[in-house]
Design a protein around this ligand. Structure first.
Ligand code: PHE
Length: 352
């Protein structure tokens, strides 16, 4: 473009400029165009500068045309920049877009924890025999966990339950609160709340200050059972627990009762189930040398316990039992280590 310009020059410059702008496909090319045309040394700027050398008449007409072209180019530039910016984000949008025709990821379906399944199975078995399911606190009073169960302070039998105490001494400096070591305190709470005939089972978490091994955890579940009425005998206890074992383990597995000691029952027994044998190898994964595995303690409710809650032992009798559902699951399914129940390993959990 010559230094001095006519209106027709200005107009043909405008057409060239607009054609070049239309061909600028990227933000970088658009910027190069802006510098070439509208920059300080740009072609249109040069034309505008040349105007001062024109005659007054020409100056007016060329100047007006050039200013108009300048406005057109600036507007076109703004539109072009906007179009490039939005077409870029459209391209990006397309790249990010979800292809609804692709097959989806399978949603992992969770399952119930084997302990939960076992608890439900146990509750169902007793539920169908007329027992109500009730629950109680995990932080318990010494009174309920021990004293009212015929285990006074200083009684040697307290050693049977290594206890986690709550660090809240009373005025005498004694520790009245603990993490329940058993669900048996619910025997007392239930007998205080309900009148015979009583038939309840109590699933719940228990805690013991103990080292763990393949068959012991420091926290675990128990299911307590209690039946109190006139005329309940030891035969009722055996019949109920036989029936329970038959429902959980089937007809083939054997059941054994032996004498055992718990301060809150008299007489006391424990019940064992014949050990799990792998049907293919004939081997026992749990406690290999044992023919029997103990799953519960039980007995006739001690007269002192009945008296303590205001029931006359001459009129009422009852039986109680407490079982370990994790051990029952181990025996049922051949699980080797109780610690697996609390390790949250999906390879283990997803088998149930
Ligand atoms: N609570 C006892 C324990 O934890 C089990 C038990 C319950 C025994 C009820 C007798 C009667 O060992």
């Amino acid at each position: 473009m010559p230094e001095t310009a006519s209106v027709s020059h200005v107009e043909s410059a405008r057409d060239t400029a607009l054609a070049e702008l239309a061909a600028a496909g990227t933000a970088e090319q658009t910027e190069a165009w802006r510098i070439a045309w509208l920059g300080r040394r740009g072609q249109l700027t040069q034309v505008l500068r040349g105007i001062r050398d024109l005659s007054p008449d020409e100056r007016r007409s060329v100047g007006a045309a050039a200013n108009q072209v300048k406005n057109i180019l600036e507007q076109s530039l703004a539109q072009h920049q906007h179009a490039i910016a939005s077409s870029k984000s459209e391209a990006e949008d397309r790249a990010d877009a979800i292809d609804v025709t692709l097959p989806g990821w399978p949603a992992p379906i969770g399952g119930l924890h084997p302990t939960t399944q076992m608890l439900r199975e146990i509750c169902d078995a007793f539920g169908s025999m007329g027992f109500d399911v009730v629950e109680g606190p995990e932080v318990e009073w010494d009174r309920y966990n021990f004293e009212m169960l015929n285990i006074p302070r200083g009684h040697a039998a307290r050693d049977m339950w290594a206890t986690l105490w709550v660090d809240e001494p009373d005025e005498d400096g004694d520790y009245p609160m603990l993490m329940r070591t058993q669900t048996s305190p619910m025997q007392i709470r239930t007998m205080q709340e309900r009148k015979p005939p009583i038939r309840v089972i109590v699933p719940g978490k228990c805690y013991r200050y103990e080292a763990t091994d393949a068959t012991h955890e420091w926290h675990f579940y128990q299911v307590e059972g209690l039946a109190v009425d006139r005329g309940i005998t030891f035969a009722d206890l055996k019949g109920t627990l036989y029936e329970f074992a038959r429902r959980i383990f089937g007809e083939e597995r054997q059941v054994r009762f032996r004498c055992d000691y718990f301060p809150f029952v008299e007489p006391g027994v424990d019940m064992s189930i014949s050990n799990f044998k792998d049907p293919e190898t004939g081997k026992r994964p749990i406690n290999r040398d044992e023919d029997w595995i103990e799953i519960l303690g039980a007995g006739m409710v001690h007269p002192k316990v009945l008296e303590g809650v205001g029931l006359d032992p001459q009129i009422y009798t009852g039986f109680a039992f407490g079982m370990g559902p994790e051990r029952i699951a181990m025996l049922k399914y051949g699980i080797e280590d109780i610690r697996l129940f609390y390790s949250n390993d999906l390879r283990f959990l997803s088998q149930f």
